[in-house]
Design a protein around this ligand. Structure first.
Ligand SMILES: Nc1ncnc2c1ncn2[C@@H]1O[C@H](COP(=O)(O)OP(=O)(O)OP(=O)(O)O)[C@@H](O)[C@H]1O
Ligand SMILES: [Mg+2]
Length: 63
């Protein structure tokens, strides 16, 4: 699973991003707009997908 080419979607598979997950959750609760910015293949999509699934946020919650 660690070497899967697809983005990760759960905390157990996402390595070393717990601070970023918590930071994203705080920003989601307080900011009008949140962006995730990083180099290509750094895990940007994995961070967002794991955040949505671990915090049970429906896609409609993003609007
Ligand atoms: N923290 C991590 N733990 C485990 N796997 C990771 C992590 N970060 C990235 N990966 C793996 O690296 C690859 C790239 O991750 P991902 O697609 O999430 O990155 P991205 O920044 O959105 O990439 P892209 O530039 O292609 O959009 C995938 O195989 C993903 O599973
Ligand atoms: Mg991506």
């Amino acid at each position: 699973m660690l070497f899967d080419l697809a983005p990760k979607t759960s905390r157990k598979d996402l390595y070393d991003f717990s601070e970023e997950l918590e930071s994203l959750y705080r920003s989601y609760g307080s900011a009008r707009l949140v962006t995730v910015v990083g180099p290509r293949r750094a895990g940007n999509t994995s961070l967002i997908l794991t955040f949505l699934s671990e915090y049970n946020i429906p896609e409609s919650g993003l609007l």
